[in-house]
Design a protein around this ligand. Structure first.
Ligand SMILES: [Zn+2]
Length: 111
């Protein structure tokens, strides 16, 4: 059972899905520690241009999107963008983001 999105948001996402390869990779680079993380899109939707640093524990930098310009799209990803099945447990900000077609980020657990 997937989350019910407003009709206009869903049609935007469906259109985006037709034009976009699955599992698309992106790289985010931190402006302070210069660390980076590789993400993949598990679902289709909107991902932010900037996120808090995920590369270095305690780093207060911001990571900027490489706008999906990743040459080797088979590269392993450590994080994935996903659409939750429910808004339960999300903060107000997260819930608003998801209702507008936004995806959430989580670390991929291997094995
Ligand atoms: Zn950092």
């Amino acid at each position: 059972m997937s989350l019910q999105l407003p009709k206009d948001v869903q049609s935007f996402i469906d259109d985006h899905a037709r034009r976009t390869p699955p599992e698309r990779r992106n790289i985010y680079v931190c402006d302070i520690c210069k660390g980076h993380v590789i993400t993949r899109d598990r679902d289709y939707g909107v991902t932010p241009f900037m996120i808090g640093c995920k590369a270095t524990a305690g780093c207060e930098g911001h990571m900027r999107s490489s706008m999906y310009r990743v040459f080797d799209q088979s590269v392993a990803a450590e994080f994935e963008w996903y659409r939750p099945d429910t808004l339960d447990g999300l903060s107000d900000g997260e819930a608003t983001h998801v209702k507008m077609g936004g995806l959430l980020l989580r670390r991929i657990s291997h094995g």
